[in-house]
Every structure is written in structure tokens, then in C-alpha cells.
Design a protein around this ligand. Sequence first.
Ligand SMILES: Cc1cc2nc3c(=O)[nH]c(=O)nc-3n(C[C@H](O)[C@H](O)[C@H](O)COP(=O)(O)O)c2cc1C
Length: 270
Amino acid sequence: MGNNSIKKTLIVAFALCIVCSVIVSTAAVALRPQQQFNQELDRKANIIQVAKLGGSGKSVEDVFNERISARVVDMQTGEYTDEFDPETFDQFEAATDPATGRTLSGRNDLAGLSQVENYATVYLIDDPEDPSQIVLPIRGQGLWGLMSGFLSVKGDGNTIVSITYYDMSETPGLGAEVNNSRWQALWDGKEIYAEGDDSLSPAIHLSKSASGENEVDALSGATLTSNGVTNMLQFWLSSEGFGKYLAKFRSGVSQDDAQNAGAERESEGA
Ligand SMILES: Cc1cc2nc3c(=O)[nH]c(=O)nc-3n(C[C@H](O)[C@H](O)[C@H](O)COP(=O)(O)O)c2cc1C
């Protein structure tokens, strides 16, 4: 068979395709654990960034292990649950499972999610019984798609520390300015709920002319992304999201106090 024969050309092309596809699939399978590890590391780095715990020179793993504990919250009661392991609990999967999530529609679906989980992993900074900060996962629709990130709140359950997005498809220079450190700095010290308002309705929002404790400057030229940020915060910080959980910190009752009080009441009643 000559080198220029059609048969030989086809055999060589076919063999090359097989060899390449084996190499690509082997690489994909072999690299999956590394990809998962890197995703996990990126999530931890984002949590450290939003809680402003970086800059100590320590590795992400060290800061995370020393200062951060993860707990799963039942958002419908505002209490922690031991039903799920925070290490393995996947909120995104929980949203689509009828046993752990629910369907949203109309005015209840401010963040544009359609389906939302009833449980969420929160990250507690320093003392888990009396955290200096609580990092909450947030997500919702921006202009071009889903934006997923974290909001860090002080231990008073009301004062914001920072916000960050680890996954979004907004336009660089416009909506993607949500991750500009100068804009992120505007959130420091802003308050989620209006002063004197004990309800679960958040007041925090973006505004073109921000003033006061509950307003942050909207992104210029990106009104639609800004509206998305306001809507997702209004959703996640209300009774649909972390409202009941944060209320415990706002009233100054730590989770342990509340659980001890409950246990005492039960033992008195017994
Ligand atoms: C290519 C392109 C990309 C855009 N990306 C965004 C974006 O990421 N976020 C956003 O809110 N608006 C984006 N806009 C602008 C919106 O279409 C709209 O004009 C803008 O949100 C209005 O904001 P303004 O009232 O602050 O000017 C984009 C527009 C174009 C043409």
C-alpha cells in the first residue's frame, strides 16, 4: 500500500483520532480531582477575601482551618442543622431536590432563581458560638446570567463587611465592576436593616445617589447588574433566605443561648 493511497490516509487519520481521544479523556478523568481541589481552594480564598482575613502571609488552607468553621443553616427556622455535613453539602443540588428545596414564582422570586434550597452553608469567623463575622452565600440573576458570591456580615447580624462574586458573566468594565475593590470598599459598615426596624425586611439597596447606612452607590453604566445585586440581597436577607438566622444575632441571642434556653424549658416541663 503506497503512502499516498486513500486507504492508508484514512487508517492513519482514524488511528490519530483514537489516540487523541484516549489522551483527552484520560487527562479529563485524571485531572478531575485536581480541578475539584482548585475549585474548593478558590471558594475558600473568596471566603477569606470577603471576610478580610488575608494579608497574614499564611496559606489559604491555614487561615481557613484556623479561623473559619462551616455550619449548615435551616433557613426556614433560622437554626443550625446537623442533618447535613457542611463539608459535603451542595446547596446548588439541594435547590433542585424537592426534599431540600422549593420552587419560587412571581414576587417571591426576587433573585430570579426559580428553585431555591431550604438549607445553606454559612461560614463563621473565629468563635463559632459568638462569631466576629458570618459569611453568607448569595446568588441571583445579573444582566447576562447567574451571579454567585458571598456577603460578609459582622456578628451583630446587621453590619456589612464586604461582598464578592466568584462566578458571574457580567461585562468587564460595566457589570463586572462588582469585583472592583474600590466598589467593594463602599460596603464596609453599611447596614442591612433600617434602624429601629425589627422586621425581617432588608433595607440595603444600590442607589444612583447613595446616602445613609442602607444605600451603596450603584455601578455606573450597569443599572441592570446593580438591580440584580439589590434584588438578590433583598431576597437572601429576607425571611426567604437568611432573615430568621440573622435575627438571632440582631437580638443578641447567640444560637447556643437559644438552644440552652430551649433545653432548660424542656427539662423544666419534663
Ligand atoms: C456590550 C454591552 C455590554 C453591557 N454589559 C452590561 C452589564 O454587564 N451590566 C449592565 O448593567 N449593563 C450592561 N450594559 C448596558 C445595558 O445594556 C444598559 O444600557 C445599562 O444597564 C443602563 O445603565 P445606566 O442606566 O447606568 O447607563 C451593556 C451594554 C452593552 C452594549
